[in-house]
Design a protein around this ligand. Structure first.
Ligand code: NAD
Length: 443
């Protein structure tokens, strides 16, 4: 099939490349000229395991193309995916300006029957808005070209996006037109070779809602467990044991119940907010969803508070080694990462920071922590420790799991570790003479 993917970010680039891998002819479009020029030369703007060779292979096979010209590539295309960003608006709702701008351009330039797929995460009712926008442009051109708008929310996880896309748990297709749904089934058939049961079709509004509910549910598990961790610490229980105790119940499960420094990234914070906003707009006050958000905001500061409790409110003259900046491992994404909030708070209190992350340092330096003074970046985790008063672990990268604790002890001014992801064995560390602070268990 001839496909156009509009918006070549995490979702657009992964989706477009995986569709090309299955033999479709795909053009990925973006307004970012620098990004498109780099991609044409096989340079990937994001860190995503396995993506680079797949892009290179499909460029070589001429199944994957990159362009900034939507007007040219929408012509003759069968399915156009909208995969642009839907950032948080001022009032917490999803900002649809990029989605609707693309819809406008599609209406201005399409020349044959087309299925338009909303792959961006968008609130209930957006497909209707996209439809109206396209129809409005066709009316201006006095053209009558049939088209359908389908919702196909994306569930990939950054860091394992290729696997998620090629072997999905499920694909949700929301369509109010059986012909469009049939075409989407054909497109996804190669991803479900044994059974198509995992391609779930439904009406458009339910599909739009499904994506928000999935993210809100996962965020709820995280906030619930963080709240439990804080209580455990007060009553003298060990959240690490409680986690295993409850996770072994198959109705609960082990995933998403790790206590830590709160959720971040480009999806959970904005999607939880947008779902809350949608409910409010419809006259409903969502108490639980609001609480999920409040617990998360507070949780981001738990590690910083532990540092202040240990070293005092004035951190002037103190230096901290930070291990991990990305919002989670296996990505360079820094959007809404807890590290941003924690580092800013420590610097405001007078601290100096020595930071290391395997992939996210450029993002941090150039965008997210650009204006924050007193941060130095290092190429190795051990280099951050020299002359620091404590080490603070904020992202659970594999390379941080089993470090040389003797080296850490040797390099730090004081042998103190704050672990925002509960990676280490407290008994082992305390026996080595390391003062070890974690989430959900007091020392
Ligand atoms: P992103 O910010 O990485 O990429 C969006 C891209 O769209 C950018 O490259 C931008 O230049 C481009 N763009 C903006 N306006 C454009 C236009 N008019 N024409 C062409 N390109 C344009 O965003 P993302 O992380 O890929 O997310 C995209 C959508 O998918 C969001 O709604 C997000 O919530 C959703 N989503 C993201 C993830 C994830 O893990 N990142 C997972 C599932 C769903």
């Amino acid at each position: 099939m001839n496909l156009t993917v509009i918006g070549t970010g995490y979702v657009g680039l992964v989706s477009g490349t995986c569709f090309a891998e299955m033999g479709n002819n795909v053009t990925c479009i973006d307004i970012d000229t620098k990004k498109i020029e780099a991609l044409k030369n096989g340079q990937i703007p994001i860190y995503e395991p396995g993506l680079e060779p797949m892009v290179a292979r499909n460029i070589k096979n001429e199944t994957l193309h990159f362009s900034t010209d939507l007007s040219k590539h929408i012509k003759g295309c069968e399915i156009a995916f909208i995969a642009v960003g839907t950032p948080m608006g001022q009032d917490g709702s999803a900002d649809l300006q990029y989605v609707l701008k693309v819809a406008e351009q599609i209406g201005q330039h399409m020349d044959s029957p087309l299925i338009i797929v909303d792959k961006s995460t968008v609130p209930v009712g957006t497909a209707d808005k996209v439809k109206e926008t396209i129809q409005g442009e066709l009316d201006k051109r006095k053209e009558s070209i049939p088209f359908d708008v389908v919702s196909n929310p994306e569930f990939l996880k950054e860091g394992d996006a290729i696997n998620d896309f090629l072997k999905p748990d499920r694909v949700v297709v929301g369509s109010d037109n059986e012909e469009a749904a049939k075409k989407m089934r054909q497109l996804y058939a190669p991803f479900f070779r044994s059974s198509m049961d995992r391609l779930i079709t439904m009406d458009v509004k339910s599909a739009e809602m499904t994506k928000y509910v999935a993210n809100a549910m996962l965020a709820t598990k995280i906030s619930f467990m963080n709240e439990v961790a804080n209580i455990c610490e007060l009553v003298g229980a060990d959240v690490n044991k409680v986690r295993i105790g409850i996770g072994s119940d198959s109705r609960i499960g082990y995933s998403f119940i790790y206590p830590g420094s709160g959720y971040g990234g480009s999806c959970f914070p904005k999607d939880v907010k947008a779902l809350k906003r949608t409910a409010i707009e419809h006259g409903y006050t969502p108490q639980l969803i609001g609480a999920v958000e409040d617990v998360n905001d507070r949780q981001k500061m738990v590690v910083a508070q532990k540092v202040l409790n240990r070293f005092g409110e004035n951190l002037g003259g103190k230096t901290f080694a930070i291990w991990g900046l990305a919002f989670k491992p296996q990505t360079d994404d820094m959007r809404e990462a807890p590290s941003i909030y924690i580092i800013k708070h420590l610097v405001e209190k007078g601290a100096k920071i020595r930071a290391y992350d395997p992939k996210a340092m450029e993002e941090a330096r150039e965008f997210y922590l650009k204006d924050v003074p007193n941060i130095s970046y290092f190429d190795s985790k051990y280099d951050t420790l020299k002359g620091a008063d404590a080490m603070i672990l904020l992202t659970e990268w594999k390379e941080f799991r089993s470090p040389d604790f003797n080296e850490i002890k040797k390099q730090l001014n004081e042998a103190v570790i704050f672990d925002g992801r509960n990676q280490y064995n407290d008994v082992l560390l305390e026996n080595m003479g390391i003062e070890y602070y974690q989430i959900g268990k007091s020392r």
